[in-house]
Design a protein around this ligand. Structure first.
Ligand code: DAH
Length: 345
């Protein structure tokens, strides 16, 4: 009877294994503790007939030794396994860190800022949430100008009878002109990059927000010729030395005279192609001589000072440089798109 039990336990013990300290301890308790199965056999042993004691005692001791050794063996392997797991190989090369890329709008904004910095323009900025004065009134917008319509501009605050609409999301960076002129007397030579908002349905060709860069130069004796020269320099720096410019008369409330500037088509060099609709030219910005009303509204004496201003859309320039067809790509953050600008800087 007891012999069978010894044999059965022997069989069990040979196959024991444990993968961690807790499992190992459970085995020890099961077989070797005071209440363990082998200890129980020793108790039973006391009751066997004297003539069997010798043989059974030997077998029982063998069983106990076997269990003790097996458990010691398992303990060793559990410990070496734990050590292996904690081992840090300091010579192993690190996982390659995935580097981000600059957003194409940031790339082009930086290019434009760099170009104007080289001829003395410094950076200025202003708030995106603006008041009517800085976005419209001080810039000589008539009270009934369509840009003041809810359909074009996002209004944040309106009074109850819906007559005075005061706080808006700026619809252009020209507001920073006013902020700068209010703060400081000429000479002023600034560019103001920033985000602007318009109440447009989002399509491939329009978005409810985009980015502009505004330029402003105010000093004594600033002329239209100065404007033209700076814009020619800008176009050549941005699109290459063979680039030509063309100014067409236009209208903005805050400049007089006003113009729109085209550059020779960067695809066909001015020959005419599908991209420039066979005109050889593509429009890139608006500009003009700052209207005396605008100078006066910001406390600058228009009999002493004159100046020019220009404004351009960064998305538009980016489209022209990198042929991006859909404006929505700029704000969707699709990494496949963003990765295409990995080498641009
Ligand atoms: N603010 C104009 C717009 O958003 C762009 C612009 C045109 C800015 C002519 C200027 C300028 O400073 O002189 O369309």
């Amino acid at each position: 009877m007891i012999l069978e039990k010894i044999e059965a336990l022997k069989g069990q013990i040979k196959d024991l294994h444990a993968s961690n300290e807790e499992a190992l301890e459970a085995l020890r308790i099961k077989y070797l503790s005071k209440k363990g199965e082998i200890t129980a056999l020793f108790n039973e042993f006391k009751t066997v007939a004297p003539e069997q004691k010798r043989e059974l005692g030997q077998k029982l001791n063998e069983l106990k030794n076997l269990a003790t050794e097996k458990i010691a063996q398992i303990k060793e392997s559990v410990q070496t396994q734990a050590k292996e797991q904690n081992k840090i190989d300091i010579t192993r090369p690190s996982f390659p860190a995935e580097l981000g890329t600059r957003h194409p709008i940031s790339v082009v904004r930086k290019q434009i800022i760099d170009i104007f910095s080289r001829v003395g323009f410094t950076l200025a900025d202003g708030p995106e949430v603006e008041d009517d004065w800085h976005v419209f009134s001080a810039l000589n917008f008539a009270a009934d100008h369509p840009a003041r319509d809810m359909q074009d501009t996002f209004f944040i605050e309106q009074n109850k009878d819906d007559v005075t609409r005061n706080i808006v999301l700026r619809s252009h960076t020209s507001s920073v002109q006013v902020r700068t002129m209010e703060r400081k007397q000429p000479p002023i030579r600034i560019i103001c990059p920033g985000r602007v908002y318009r109440n447009e349905a989002i399509t491939a060709r329009a978005h409810c927000f985009f980015h502009q860069i505004e330029g402003l130069y105010i000093d004594k004796n600033v002329s239209f010729a100065d404007l033209k020269q700076v814009l020619l320099y800008f176009a050549k720096e941005l699109f290459g030395p063979d680039t030509k410019i063309r100014l067409r008369p236009s209208y903005f409330p805050f400049t007089e005279p006003s113009a729109e500037m085209d550059v020779s088509c960067m695809l066909c060099g001015g020959e005419g192609c599908g991209f420039c609709k066979h005109t050889g030219w593509v429009e890139i910005l608006g500009c003009g001589m700052v209207d005396p009303n605008v100078l006066e509204a910001s406390g600058i004496d228009s009999t002493v000072y004159s100046g020019y201003a220009f404004g351009l859309g960064i998305e538009r320039i980016t489209n022209l440089k990198y042929m991006v067809k859909d404006l929505r790509m700029f704000s969707e953050n699709d990494v496949r798109f963003l990765n295409e600008f990995r080498s641009a800087h």
